[in-house]
Design a protein around this ligand. Sequence first.
Ligand code: CIR
Length: 272
Amino acid sequence: MAADLFKYTKAIVCGIPDSLVAEALRMDEGGEPVDLERARQQHEDYIQVLTELVGEIHIIPADEQFPDCVFVEDPVVVCGDTALVTSPGHKSRRGETVAMKEAVTKLGLSVVEMTEPGRMDGGDVLFTGREFFVGQSARTNEEGLKQLAASFPSYPVTGVKVTGGLHLKSVMSMVAPDNIAIGTSPAAVDAKEAIKRDGHFKYSFLSVPDNFGANCLFVNGIIIHVSKDAYPKSCEVFDKFSCPGVSEKIAVNMSELNKVDGCLTCSCVLIN
Ligand code: CIR
């Protein structure tokens, strides 16, 4: 595995527009409203943690035209020096790619742009360091997967059916080298079986009781995970977890963005 794996020196984030409250896409239409002030405070705390870990943060200003623009993981997939600017699966999000292309270009990455009829949300892309798993969800199609494979030819790419929830990473994420944190919902169990069956490498799995809890960030040896006040049982799993290569754990609360289906990986793009 590459020595700089999960080692990051920069991150891209985006502000939260006022329009998120009324217009962000959400799976539970009519669910609890987002408290904007609280969402912004939680997001600032999250950016603060990232700043301490990676150093350089590039902030894309919030754009009122794009209520979901804070979820920067979806319009791009970055691996090594290459940025694949995606074509997000929901029409309302496609325009987010303009600011994202500008950001990754400014950061000196080699930019590839997804073309029709490819569709992809970065939330469907799990990179393990050895291979890619791509969720086949309502947001990501087979052509999107093919274009990702062509953009990152050094790695095997395997499709995984998303049988529930929004994205593949809505139920899983990398928690440590060769370790995948995974939820316990039926969709998470299906995805885990597919990875065990179809993946090219073997992984350990850390079972996390909440799907949102299974979405964490592993940055420069440190795990950023859900907090006790939001997901006490999941938090306890991380408290007890230890693994070579993990030096510290930091809990953050993003409960407001969770209400519009955002989890921890979705609000940043990490760059080596
Ligand atoms: C959406 O439905 O597109 C947003 N409300 C949430 C996107 C979350 N993104 C992610 O998990 N990568």
